[in-house]
Design a protein around this ligand. Structure first.
Ligand SMILES: [Zn+2]
Ligand SMILES: [Zn+2]
Length: 340
């Protein structure tokens, strides 16, 4: 039996990945799989599993040989449960991977690639300690922090090798996946000296750099980007309101809202500190009905879209169906968002 090279992709599917980054990750997995399918060495050796993490961690694709692997679609959910992902990774490896015994050579040590753009919203220290407690080491873990809100102090601790990727655009994420594919192919050729990617001679892609794990950039919770889950009054469908902080003006400006899957809340929502609504500028447009205002339900606390130009005196909360009277003067309410 050939020794397999298991590859685990752990992908952050939190709010901040909504839209372009999520699509780029999906396309990246697709391309990686199709490139590996064309590589005769990889075809024989590489097995891939895809695990997503947001409110919960989920195995989207169990460890499968590349030829049979269907690239999974990624689901956006609230939160960044990195700890849950590490526990699931440890359980999966113990279940999937053949260990070397006196009688037979087992699989190669798994390669794990973690892609995240934020900070964990759950306890990750316990799961990390459990992962590290297994000897010999279960996997080589490579962390990729994408964008400008990454908690590198955590990611550097979780990974054996940690990289910074400057942005979450389609271009930079697709380059990253090309790089990952090349790294996997390199590992296939010489798995016995399992490539330290740190010393890899693969040229890094633009905007990518190695993080010194002994001195990772200090993480400051800037809350530079805020996310609010809202429901359309007319269609009852979910969308994500996004704000970015403008440090010169000291206020948050809205970015285009993005639609959310209707089962977005099915795994529960991550709690985050509230923010004073008076710091939020511009009415974010509802992507379904173009209403450019929003309100907050006094009963369930959910947000919904409103037309500020033609305010109805009462409205039914699209989330909990309570009948509400609109108080136009309530500008100083606090809204509970998340930092994804
Ligand atoms: Zn609407
Ligand atoms: Zn409500």
């Amino acid at each position: 039996m050939t020794r397999r090279l298991p590859v685990y992709l752990l992908l952050d599917c939190s709010e901040s990945m909504a839209g372009e980054p999520l699509n780029a990750m999906e396309a990246g997995i697709y391309k990686t799989i199709s490139s590996l399918k064309k590589d005769p060495h990889a075809l024989e050796t590489v097995y891939v599993s895809v695990i997503s993490f947001a409110a919960k961690a989920k195995v989207l694709a169990p460890l499968t040989e590349v030829v049979a692997l269907k690239p999974p679609s990624l689901e956006l959910r609230p939160g960044t449960a990195l700890g849950a992902a590490l526990d699931l990774l440890r359980e999966s490896i113990k279940k999937d991977v053949e260990i070397t015994t006196a009688m037979s050579k087992g699989d190669w040590r798994p390669l794990v690639f973690i892609l995240t753009d934020g900070q964990p919203t759950d306890d990750w220290r316990g799961p990390l300690a459990r992962l590290r407690a297994v000897k010999p080491s279960l996997a080589s873990v490579y962390g990729f922090g994408c964008g400008d809100e990454v908690d590198f102090e955590t990611l550097a601790e979780v990974s054996d090798v940690c990289f910074q990727v400057s942005s979450l655009t389609t271009e930079s994420l697709s380059k990253l996946f090309v790089w990952l594919t090349a790294s996997i192919q390199k590992s296939v050729v010489s798995p016995d000296q399992l490539v330290s990617l740190e010393k890899s001679d693969l040229p890094m892609v633009d905007g990518m750099k190695l993080i010194d794990r002994a001195q990772p950039p200090k993480f400051q919770e800037k809350n530079a980007r805020l996310y609010f889950h809202s429901v359309c009054v007319k269609t009852k469908r979910h969308y994500l309101i996004r704000y970015r902080f403008n440090p010169e003006i000291g206020l948050y400006f809205s970015e285009p809202s993005v639609t959310l899957p209707d089962d977005f809340f099915s795994d529960g929502a991550a709690k985050a500190p509230g923010v004073d609504a008076s710091l939020l500028l511009q009415g974010p447009k509802c992507p379904y009905c173009q209403n450019h205002g929003w309100g907050k339900c006094g009963f369930c606390g959910h947000l919904f879209c409103l037309d500020p130009d033609n305010p109805a005196p009462t409205v039914v909360c699209p989330f909990c169906e309570s009948h509400l009277t609109i108080d136009q003067s309530a500008e100083d309410f606090r809204v509970d968002g998340s930092v994804g």
